[in-house]
Write a protein that binds this ligand. Sequence first.
Ligand code: F6P
Length: 531
Amino acid sequence: MALSFTRTRCDRTPAWAQLQAHFAASGSALDVRDAFASDAQRFARLSQEAPHVFADLSKNRIDATTEALLLDLARQSGLEAHRDAMFAGEKINHTEGRAVWHVLLRHPNKQPNWPVEQAQQAGAAIENIAIELPKVHATLDAMLAYAEAVRADESITDIVNIGIGGSDLGPQMAVLALQSFAHAGKRLHFVSNVDGHELAAVLPQLKAANTLFLIASKTFTTIETMTNARSAKAWFAAQGGTDVARHFAALTTNVAAAAEFGISTTFPFWDWVGGRYSLWSAIGLPVAIAIGAAGFRDLLAGAHAMDEHFRSAPLERNLPVRLGLLDVWYRNFHGFTSRSIAPYHSALRRVPAYLQQLEMESNGKRVDGQGQALPFDTSPVLWGEPGTNGQHAYFQMLHQGTDIVPVEFIAVKKPRHDLASHHSQLLANVLAQAQALMVGKSDAGGHKHFTGNRPSTFLLLDDLTPASLGALIALQEHRVFVTGSLWGINSFDQWGVELGKVLAKDIEPRLTSGDATGLDASTAGLLARLR
Ligand code: F6P
């Protein structure tokens, strides 16, 4: 399949060797405290506004040379053309032959100002905007009308989203994050795990007549979701429920499978929406029910503003690009293995889990786009908890442990409660943690010594709203695109999750039969104990 662009894997660019030399000469030893002391403009230079997000990168182990070389790396690897190909709807997910077009889901209903000529001239396979955009908006309008009808229907008090991975993490994260915008009369439940404890804990809280089940699955074949959906349907029938069309809706690209399952109320999306990028599609229906149609449109608008920033801001002031380049610097030069996400807002508590799928399922790959083993490291481990809770758990290790873990703080200026003293304590803590990591404490020896020079990035929202959340999430999506693009991998497939699914299918009947033929000794031994 023809593509309109050429990517040069980052380690094959001249800038890569220059970065290695720079790292050896001064980059590895850079002390951020000295960098501040010698550059009064450091904060101004290394912080920036992007739509809805202010970012301070100044506490990171970079200087002007590092930034300049990383920008060269981006240019030499062909990042911009790759990005433009994504916007043009080119089938850049080449191992699945699909476009990667979540940006279209948040584009207003007017012809995008995206450069498609390059792809057309190169004869690349591209999606047709004139056909797809009207479909996107027709579905969005129908889904939002449905969300409003559910909101207005007082008889529906409980909405249960049944889905897993991208069909759970995004909507769950966003519903929690936007709880201060949520309809008070609707309880939202999320059931993802095939572990029956989850569904079994939710069902007793429900009355069939007052419940709407949303079966969210891009493929409508995912075993966990199908198992939970079948059990929910059986429970509904056992409670005397008959009107499946009213009490079940499907959010899927596989409308035929949903119909076969017996669901006629369906909101579709398309194969060019990746599961972990599907919050903006029909998969967002629980969010739309929680915050309403206008709120959901604001979420899309915030993401779209970040898309425009990513597409058009010069690389040196392009926040997703700067964050992605920093990630490459830390992973491939410093060798840092993880990044800790520290949202200082309890409503953002599912953001770390959401980002785990986004980044680790996208970039947790050991081969490049041509299937060649990579000679460098890819996705770091992402992990984290809301602050200040994390401070009383694992921050000890962040401050005094042997590993350096870059921290990404996310703070929100304006609270949506009126317990003013709490918020100033929260903000004081987030500032203090970032400061302590960097400044350290050298006037005491031994156990009380803090080495400092521990890097962190600070993302600041004025207010946590649908629009700012949309922008924050789109920022993270694009930053993952940047690192995956430089690494030369396909960030949009996930073959690594397949093997376990196949093996589980083989093992399940063995739990009944006890047949251990062909199993390794450990699996056979555990199987015997589990029977
Ligand atoms: O197994 C991984 C995965 O395919 C994710 O990429 C996806 O988000 C999740 O499963 C759920 O898939 P589906 O929406 O098709 O049920």
